[in-house]
Design a binder for this molecule. Structure first.
Ligand SMILES: [Zn+2]
Length: 324
């Protein structure tokens, strides 16, 4: 499994992008069980409002499917049934991959709510989908919400599924948050990104790995100028996560802002650097089980790896030098 960190895999550009002709084929009567690789039925739901998290989130739902590993809700949008079933198939494989990696054997399903529409002025104040255009997130224990343009999907699925599975396992690392305002615990973010990366190397599906670089370029173009010395990644390579870390050092001005990155392990307080660090530990410093012990309790760093976090950060930074 970990050797996958050293494999290369090509990324094929947007074969799953739908042509206008395909989109115009959407007909309600067409939204019926169709031939698909998973033999999963897609049901049309007549603009029903679904409550998630005891009504904390309420989404309009047009289509619904249930598989072995996930339950899938699609909010109103320009979907084709083929595309929805494709997302279901990728999600089924992705959740299985994440569950296997994290050794989660319970058969509880991850709930996915998918959107493919930008809502400039949200029509539903209780919707989460309408607030997260271009990204995804996990709410509650096992509800994943992703709202992305068709041509950027499938993406985020495995990363968010990993968050959900970790929560279903009751697994919360005691790694620190950068500051009291941050909702991101970056050891978890790094782990979720690494597992998604490993899935993208292994899957037969086209899978868009949204590393920090791509996200910044797409959604934060004002910051993209800082990276003009870097070319976009044409293929997923063994060194991709480590190159991402170097880009994060540029974007984040070497993590020197204490108010943003805190005083404890500031270099690990980003998606890009945390993923590189986790990948480094998994590939060079021990087994997956070793890492997960440290993930569960970072005070075991010394016992498991023979050095504390500060010392490990120093050797990881030395390791990164080769990618400059
Ligand atoms: Zn995340």
């Amino acid at each position: 499994m970990l050797n996958a960190c050293t494999n290369n895999a090509s990324v094929v550009e947007s074969e799953d992008k739908l042509s206008q002709d395909e989109k115009s084929e959407i007909e309600i009567e067409n939204i019926m069980p169709v031939e698909n690789e998973r033999d999963i039925d897609l049901q049309y739901v007549d603009n029903q409002r679904y409550e998630f998290l005891d009504g904390f989130i309420i989404e309009e739902v047009m289509y619904y499917a249930v598989g072995e590993y996930g339950e899938y809700f699609f909010t109103p949008g320009d979907w084709t049934n083929e595309f929805m079933l494709h997302l279901v198939a990728v999600s089924e494989d992705g959740v299985k991959f994440a569950k296997d990696w994290l050794n989660y054997e319970d058969d509880k399903r991850v709930v996915f709510v998918y959107g493919n529409m930008k809502h400039d002025s949200p029509t539903n104040p209780d919707s989460f989908i309408q607030q997260i255009w271009g990204g995804g997130g996990v709410m509650g224990n096992h509800e994943v919400f992703i709202n992305m343009a068709d041509e950027h999907m499938p993406a985020h699925i495995v990363h968010e599924a990993c968050h959900a599975i970790l929560r279903m396992q009751g697994r919360m690392s005691n790694f620190p948050f950068p500051n009291e305002n941050s909702g991101a615990m970056f050891l978890e973010e790094g782990l979720c990104t690494v597992i998604e990366y490993l899935f993208s190397l292994e899957t037969e599906h086209i899978y868009h790995l949204y590393t920090g670089y791509d996200i910044i370029k797409l959604y934060y173009p004002d910051d993209a100028y800082k990276m003009n010395k870097y070319e976009p990644f044409k293929e997923i390579t063994a060194s991709q996560l480590h190159e991402m870390a170097l880009i994060s050092f540029v974007i984040d001005d070497n993590f020197e802002d204490e108010t943003e990155f805190g005083l404890i392990y500031p270099q690990l307080m980003s998606y890009g650097t945390a993923a590189s660090f986790v990948c480094y530990l998994l590939e060079y410093k021990g087994t997956k089980e070793d890492f997960m012990r440290v993930y569960d309790d970072i005070h075991l760093m010394n016992e498991v790896y023979g050095m504390n976090m500060e010392a490990m950060i120093v050797v990881w930074l030395e390791f990164l030098e080769q990618y400059k």
